[in-house]
Design a protein around this ligand. Structure first.
Ligand code: AMP
Length: 509
């Protein structure tokens, strides 16, 4: 079944109900949204000549048109490729080329970046700017009926950076997204039409996935005027919208708790904060519970099994009388209804409760594979299980605790930064002999990036040189906050860099 069916249903059943608001200004009803999507879908096929199965890159910051673009793609049987708005032009170019996008939809604030990306890209798909005359013309096309997608048809290419450094597109089918939507209702929260969802996190990733259950339940989508996360604005929007929920990376929760507005905040309208995407420390969680009350739910997932591996419900966050409450609060909850979770040893053998190993996942939300990457697909899905790259342990009750997330990934501000990607850029400098990048814990961002650099002898090399190189090649948030020049990197007998030791060095002045 086509996942866009839910929007058609909402448009018919709740035609006059607000679908999207910006701040507190109503933008469209479900009836209007559904009609615009059918017209836009018609334009994508009939005017732009796309065919079902073609990819459409969405280079857009949070805006109400995100809903139109996503659902128009699905309605027409196209594959949406939402791209992180913070990426560098070259990274956009890579994803546009890799996905073979036949069209790029860009929000005005990213038009210049995409202009640059198109210079660097090998392909040259048409680019349409949201809100432009060309865009308005598309929305006035003749509407078409829903494309009869089969369950395994790809719907969303979810680009996650791989440990190999290059982003990989996890292929999420209509069935994967339907299972993710169902799991939200079974394992995270109920939603009623009077409720709303605040898109403070990026709609290209965490918040975007939560569009689906909220369209299915006909709730209202609230897009902040700022287009993103500003604590003061978030508190205002919580006070303004009844039954409001939102997805937040742990750093966002941390920033809300520490914001000056927290003390007098009116949080009566708040229904649920769903946090995940990075580790939440127990102390931080308790502070958030003290401020917001038992309105927190946690999810653990990854692009390859979107939002859906385990969940720790609101009820469990409130179960303070349980003898293992603290332990459970430090866990990521138990397997969501549509997946199985297993801990495996070095040879993929299942491990017993309490033993630490790699977290494997099998079930309805697990991707079909990576776009055009058969080898990485085989490796990641070997034996019929998704190998998450995260290490953890299951207790006798089925609660999963992450011990060490994927070996070396740095999670800063809720976004993954893959050290190899930064290392590869730094190694472009002719005066860099060796380099290794690690994360160092940071009170606001969770972690920050530190680069250890061995320079070629006799060559002047400065932090500024390296910083410039990064600015020219990768997104700003991936740049190291500190460059440490060292004589040599610590290595084991096989010549592998000892990152654990470097992480320790990074904490010393
Ligand atoms: P992404 O594919 O970009 O969503 O990143 C997924 C990764 O984020 C996972 O593989 C974990 O390493 C980490 N992650 C996701 N959820 C949690 C969580 N609740 N607690 C700790 N780490 C998490």
């Amino acid at each position: 079944m086509n996942i866009a069916k839910f929007l058609i249903r909402a448009g018919a059943v709740m035609a006059d109900h607000p679908a999207a608001v910006v701040g507190t200004r109503r933008v469209c009803t479900y009836g209007q949204l559904s009609a615009r999507v059918a017209a836009l879908a018609g334009a994508l096929l009939d005017r732009l000549g796309l065919k079902p199965g073609d990819r459409v890159a969405l280079a857009m910051k949070n805006c109400p048109e995100y809903l139109e673009a996503l659902y128009a793609c699905w309605h027409a049987g196209l594959v949406a490729v939402p791209v992180n708005a913070k990426l560098h032009a070259r990274e956009f170019a890579y994803i546009i080329d890799d996905s073979g996008a036949g069209l790029v939809l860009v929000s005005p604030d990213l038009a210049a970046t995409i202009g640059e990306a198109m210079q660097a890209a090998a392909s040259a798909p048409p680019v349409v700017e949201i809100g432009s005359a060309a865009w308005r013309a598309l929305a006035s096309a003749a509407p078409i009926g829903l494309h009869p997608a089969s369950p395994l048809d790809p719907a969303w290419l979810f680009y996650t950076s791989g440990t190999t450094g290059r982003p990989k597109g996890a292929i999420l089918s209509h069935r994967n997204l339907l299972a993710m939507t169902s799991a939200y209702f079974m394992d995270v929260d109920a939603i009623a039409p009077g409720d709303s969802i605040l898109h403070a996190a990026p709609m290209s990733h965490g918040s975007g996935l939560y569009i689906l259950p909220h369209v299915a339940a006909m709730a209202t989508h609230v897009i902040p005027e700022s287009g993103g996360f500003e604590p003061a604005e978030t508190f205002q929007l919580i006070a303004a919208h009844p039954g409001i929920s939102f997805f937040a990376a742990p750093t966002m929760v941390h920033r809300l708790v520490g914001a000056p507005q927290a003390a007098g905040a009116d949080t009566r309208n708040l229904k649920t904060i769903i946090y995940g995407g990075g580790p939440m420390y127990v102390e931080d969680c308790k502070k958030a519970l003290a401020l917001f009350g038992p309105k927190l739910a946690q999810i653990y997932g990854q692009g390859e099994s979107p939002m859906t591996i385990t969940a720790l419900s609101k009820r469990l966050h409130a179960d303070t009388g349980h003898p293992r409450f603290e332990e459970r609060l430090g866990s990521v909850g138990y397997a969501q209804s549509v997946v199985e979770v297993r801990i495996a040893g070095a040879n993929d053998e299942p491990l017993a409760a309490g033993e630490v190993g790699e977290i494997l996942v099998r079930g309805e939300t697990v991707m079909a594979g990576y776009w055009n990457k058969p080898e990485a697909t085989r490796e990641t899905l070997r034996g019929g299980w998704l190998h998450t790259g995260d290490m953890g342990t299951l207790d006798a009750d089925g609660f999963l605790t992450l011990k060490d997330r994927s070996k070396d990934v740095i999670i800063s501000g809720g976004t993954n930064i893959y050290p190899r990607e930064v290392e590869e850029v730094l190694l472009l400098h002719p005066a860099v002999k060796e380099v290794s990048v690690v994360g160092r814990s940071h009170p606001d961002w969770g972690e920050e990036v530190v680069a250890f650099v061995v320079a070629m002898p006799g060559q002047g090399l400065s932090s500024d040189d390296l910083d410039r190189l990064c600015t020219d090649n990768i997104a700003r948030f991936k740049r190291p906050k500190e460059y440490r020049f060292v004589e040599a990197l610590p290595k084991n007998n096989y010549g592998k860099v000892l990152k654990t030791e470097l992480r320790e060095w990074a904490t010393r002045p």
